[in-house]
Write a protein of this length. Structure first.
Length: 156
């Protein structure tokens, strides 16, 4: 079994706390949370160990055929809100991230709380999430847009 602190360091470097807002016609946009780690296929065993430790998620194989020099990748992904709420958030709360991703995780948790309380189902809630995004981007100006790389925003 992996040391939880090792997993925290690995996620600080390779993980992604994704918040996406999809624009659907005639209804409030949909907010989704995902936790992801993508690595080259030769690192798949470590993803399997992380999956085992966290007790949730799936691993997908990714082919980048259009990029001839790229090797295939694998992605560990947790998209179930229940798993995010009951496993991912408690794990990274108990074992805090140490780098820039800590701030991104706080935003991820705040949006999860909004989803839990159904605030994301209103236009006011969506606007609040977008305002949180703007404030976070302003705070991260000096970090070469690290927030945009690791907390994904936008329409699906």
């Amino acid at each position: 079994m992996l040391n939880p602190q090792y997993v925290v360091g690995f996620v600080d470097g390779e993980g992604c706390f994704s918040i996406s807002i999809s624009q659907k016609r005639f209804r409030v946009p949909e907010v989704r949370l995902k936790f992801e780690i993508e690595v080259r296929e030769d690192d798949e065993p470590i993803l399997r160990e992380i999956q085992k430790l966290l007790g949730c998620g799936a691993i997908y194989r990714l082919e980048y055929e259009r990029y001839q020099k790229w090797r295939p990748h694998v992605k560990y992904q947790v998209g179930s809100f229940k798993d995010i709420q009951e496993k991912i958030i408690p794990f990274f709360t108990k074992y805090p991230l140490q780098a820039k991703k800590r701030q991104q995780f706080k935003l991820f948790v705040a949006v999860a709380e909004m989803i839990k309380s159904k605030q994301h189902l209103t236009l006011d809630g969506i606007n609040k999430i977008l305002l949180m995004r703007a404030r976070s981007k302003e705070q991260q100006k000096d970090s070469l847009d690290a927030l945009d790389r690791h907390v994904q925003w936008g329409a699906e």
